[in-house]
Design a protein around this ligand. Sequence first.
Ligand code: SAM
Length: 293
Amino acid sequence: MTENSTMWDEICKNTFQTWDITTFRNNGPNNRLVTYNPKSHGVLFLKTILWQCVRSMNNHERSLLGKIKNRAFGRPISIKYDENMEVDLDYILCIKELCFLEEYLTKICSVIEIGGGYGRTAHGMLSLFPNIKTYYIIDLQPVLMLAKQFLEHVLPKSLLKKIFFIPVQSFNPLNIQADLCININSMQEMPKCVVKEYLLFIDKQCKYFYSNNTIGKFLPSMGGFEEVLSSEKAIQSGILKKYLNIFSDKERQLAQKEFLEAFKPSTRWTCLKHAECVPWPHYYQALYENHIK
Ligand SMILES: C[S@@+](CC[C@H](N)C(=O)[O-])C[C@H]1O[C@@H](n2cnc3c(N)ncnc32)[C@H](O)[C@@H]1O
């Protein structure tokens, strides 16, 4: 064993000449020994999360995922789990959300989505639940344009015609109602007064409300990212603004309780079910029912 490997000759020359023994495991030579550098290997970390998520899906979830066509449109970062299954995080989340709601989604006719993003949820819901006849998306005009274009590409005309795109500026809460209102990953990014207005609208005009949002705030340093202007704004937005250690079960459980109260539109509503969200520790989901409707 006198001969060194040429690979390690190179590594020793480049990485093991100097180090600080007090920090070498944080973005230092240990990135060549045990833990990949998440800054350079972020895609590998993401793909590993995708792989873990798909592996833990049951057959029903996998079969629903397979029924949503054109999921690769827009070229997301994805993995090829097997010959028939290419998956990305957006649609893994979509399937998890739809399975959480499934027993109610088979019974309803209309949905209002507040802050629909590019339209992954509308795509999934309309592909899997033909009983849904009307789907309203309320969003900011530029994002709504993206959603319209995306959904025109991925949905057949027969499903596309069920969707009504409503810019926030023209949204009149008195004019629309629906069986289910959903809000995913967005009320935490709106000013508190806007969230309160939406909750008032939901209270008056909807039978069910699904919220899937963050349970509080965390410091940018916890996620390893730089503090920028948008993180300052994110910290000020929403209705749950307490800081927490999102990796502490104790702190999360307390924050989850606050979440359940905060998103209940009024005392006329009860929570039918609630659960943690995969894979993010700082999100929670709940479905509420309005007893007056
Ligand atoms: C982080 S994205 C989440 C998108 C989508 N729900 C998803 O999970 O794929 C937040 C969404 O909220 C929308 N949004 C922000 N302010 C809003 C407002 N006042 N009313 C409606 N939507 C809003 C954004 O345009 C964006 O579509």
